[in-house]
Design a protein around this ligand. Structure first.
Ligand code: PXP
Length: 239
């Protein structure tokens, strides 16, 4: 059975929108673990738009499943990862102007830098995953640089507009997962997955774990709305 790693970045997005101290991504991580999550994911971005370094340090102390840190392979981030020691680092591309991670990391073009980062992280006991598009050459390269696992970018599948386009993208994911699994790489998948699109993955046993954030946080805000309003109505009634 595939596992679920929950990304709590967008709890921090809501907090940072007001520069407040709530909602707290660590509390959300604890609730996710209580509900059965197999891991907690955070992306510490260079611009610190949501998760802060302090969050990662507290999560390191609190998470009981596994802590997965998404980050760019920069000297600054490597220093932080080697210090905090998450269980897994997922190397991702990062652009300041993007709304969210756009596309997988091109590890063919950036072979030397990524390979060196993989080695440094592994030498300090951290497992390394690389976020790549479902592209066979990228997967073979991840194997060549001894990554522990890959995360297949599911964004193009999730964003596909027509059924034909969606199925074409899904076939790419299936082929990628099968090749990676044959190469003995761990196989994760994520980006853009939601309560509808996840159903298409039934029977694709090569995927070990899904990494999902936005759709879960979005659903939590709506499914929690009635209780939140009721609590405030109750307090106002008592004024
Ligand atoms: N995997 C990676 C590498 C990501 O960058 C993200 C987005 O932060 C996700 C998974 C989760 O994507 P989503 O928030 O759309 O579920």
């Amino acid at each position: 059975m595939a596992k679920l790693a929950v990304n709590v970045d967008h709890i921090a997005t809501l907090r940072q929108a007001r520069k407040a101290n709530y909602p707290d991504p660590v509390t959300a991580a604890m609730a996710s673990e209580t509900a059965g999550a197999d891991g907690i994911v955070v992306h510490l971005r260079e611009d610190r738009r949501h998760i802060q370094e302090r969050d990662v340090r507290i999560l390191r102390q609190m998470v009981q499943t596994k802590l997965i840190l998404e980050m760019a392979a920069t000297p600054e981030m490597l220093g932080i990862a080697l210090d905090i020691k998450p269980d897994i680092v997922t190397l991702v591309p990062e652009k300041r102007v993007e709304l969210t991670t756009e596309g997988g990391l091109d590890i063919i073009t950036h072979f030397n830098n990524i390979k060196e980062s993989v080695k440094q992280l592994q030498n300090s006991g951290i497992k390394v995953s690389i976020f790549i598009n479902p592209d066979l050459d990228q997967i073979k390269t991840a194997h060549k640089m001894d990554a522990d696992m890959i995360e297949i970018h599911t964004g193009s599948f999730c964003d596909a507009v027509t059924d034909m386009e969606r199925e074409k993208e899904f076939t790419r994911i299936v082929d990628a997962a099968k090749i990676a699994s044959k190469l003995k790489l761990g196989v994760n998948a994520g980006h853009g997955l939601g309560y509808h699109s996840i159903k298409r993955f039934k029977g694709l046993d090569e995927i070990d774990e899904f990494s999902i954030g936005h759709s879960i946080v979005a659903r939590a805000t709506i499914s929690g709305m009635e209780n939140a309003v009721r609590d405030m109505v109750e307090l106002i009634k008592r004024l």
